[in-house]
Design a protein around this ligand. Structure first.
Ligand code: HEC
Length: 130
């Protein structure tokens, strides 16, 4: 009997920890998590044209300071940020970003909004990747 109880208790560990993780995602993400999530979107969807060595606005989108310095992102104010405006644009004839391919998903747009609202916290990039 004791062994069965122990076995059941062990089974509960992954269940409980996944519940905790689910809760953490659903509730507040830390600034670092939001920053990493925004960076993941920029790397996946924007780097091709805006990455280092590309001609469009240099490496603006992989460099938080450059985005803010060029006033494409106004920390704390998504509605005044050109970047958010273009990411949200739905008219294919408009200046939607990315201009080709699939538009950003609504979850991705939500991440960008939250990132700007949080004051556009910077992300960690391993030095070797820059
Ligand atoms: C296929 C290439 C391409 C991709 C991918 C792309 N862009 Fe752009 N982006 C451009 C070009 C070209 C311009 C400059 C032309 C313009 O301003 O309309 C630009 C300009 C911008 C600007 C500056 C607009 C201004 O008014 O100064 C922002 C901000 C921007 N892009 C954000 C993004 C974001 C965010 C993504 C990813 C979600 C993205 N772009 C993906 C090609 C791209």
């Amino acid at each position: 009997m004791a062994r069965t109880a122990k076995f059941l208790a062990l089974l509960m560990i992954p269940l409980v920890s996944s519940l905790i993780r689910f809760h953490a995602n659903g509730a507040e993400q830390s600034d670092a998590e939001i920053a990493q999530a925004a960076f993941a979107i920029f790397s996946a969807r924007c780097q091709k044209c805006h990455g280092p060595g590309e001609s469009n606005s240099a490496d603006m989108l992989l460099d938080r300071e450059a985005m803010v310095g060029a006033k494409k992102v106004i920390p704390g104010k998504p509605d005044e940020s050109v970047l958010y405006e273009l990411a949200r644009e739905t008219d294919p004839a408009g200046r939607r970003m990315p201009p080709v391919g699939d538009p950003l998903k609504s979850e991705e747009i939500a991440v960008i909004k939250k990132w700007i609202e949080r004051g556009a916290p910077n992300w960690e990039i391993p030095k070797a990747d820059r």
